[in-house]
Design a protein around this ligand. Sequence first.
Ligand code: FAD
Ligand code: NAP
Length: 343
Amino acid sequence: MKGLESENDRGTCLSDWTTFGVPASLERLVHCRSVDEVRGAIVGASERGDALHVLGGGSNILATNDVEGTVLRMAIEGVESIDGAPSGQVRIKVGAGCVWHGLVMYSLEQGWSGLENLALIPGSVGASPMQNIGAYGVEIEQRFAWLEAVEVSTGSLRRFDYADCGFAYRESVFKRDLLGQFVITHVAFDLLLEPELCLDYGAIAAGLKAAGVDAPTPRDVAEVVMAIRREKLPDPAVLGNAGSFFKNPVLSQSAFDRLKKEHPTVPSYDAPSGVKVAAGWLIEQTGWKGHDRGTYGVHDKQALVLVNRGGASGRDILQLSEEVQQGVFAKFGVQLEREVNIW
Ligand code: FAD
Ligand code: NAP
């Protein structure tokens, strides 16, 4: 299975390694192909007194400055079947540097399912637990078994089971309490031998119907997801972006009731801790969808996505994101939270 691009493919400007493509020079870039190389990079950074940053596929990062210190780029590859899967499932252990979409396609080729709704999400396997990546009604926590990570302060390898990860909506303990403390080296998933398709998400059912598929396979679902994504989302190779810049806010029932009273058409979905509101709709209603500032702006098909049309700086985009947040707050009283990681 394909790993992320090799170090020879690109240079030492962060724009070469991130999908936003904004300029930022890198002081030191270290490619790590094994757990020992991760440990070595951590020790080297510590001896130099460097700040340490971890880079996967660079699809969820916005750099607003040149990056001082050591950037440790995950390049651990490999996928292997291992023991421990529940009955009817197969457990695989995957290197953090593998390409996420490559894993989805590989699993389908093996006849293993459960990841099909997550096709075409950019980035690496190692970053997937960071924000519990999700799309079209599925999140990785549903197929997650455990992960291994090197603790930055001690160099020891620690295992995190499901209960240790604090997964929530686009969240995990690694993005909150343990931010910057661990480098994820491997992730294990339990994949299904008999498919259990998740077709609840309206666009999937409509896509399958349009394609004339009555009895879908996991591969059919992946194909529909890929088609919808290609239609709606900007390709980072053509237009710089990091996917959704903001999370969909989850409101308490009482806050949602107040919002709904004033704005009866607000799209909403029940969520474990309240009511999830479509942030894209809030931004669109505030007039930001398609907003154009020449070199950057808000995507015209999906208002959650901020884009670098070429030549924007990270600060430009961060400033725009703050204006969007202020506009939404002023109109709806809802505070949008950033999903993208700011460097
Ligand atoms: P990076 O951007 O390299 O890093 C993200 C964060 O994780 C950084 O803080 C970094 O330090 C940290 N990190 C990375 N690897 C490790 C590691 N091994 N150990 C410790 N920390 C690490 N996300 C979704 O959830 N659903 C979607 O449907 C989706 N669609 C997208 C569509 C587009 C067009 C784009 C550009 C992005 C989309 N995203 C989506 C966001 C993004 O792809 C995911 O968050 C992805 O998991 C990021 O992976 P990455 O390897 O690129 O991480
Ligand atoms: P969409 O289908 O236009 O729907 C808008 C929002 O409504 C989505 O964000 C989604 O929340 C929510 N939604 C729609 N149907 C739902 C259902 N049946 N149950 C619960 N929530 C529902 O969304 P889109 O922008 O085209 O994105 C499609 C999927 O890809 C979404 O899951 C989205 O999260 C994911 N995606 C994520 C990123 C990223 O960077 N994070 C980028 C592109 C796409 P959810 O987001 O919670 O699913």
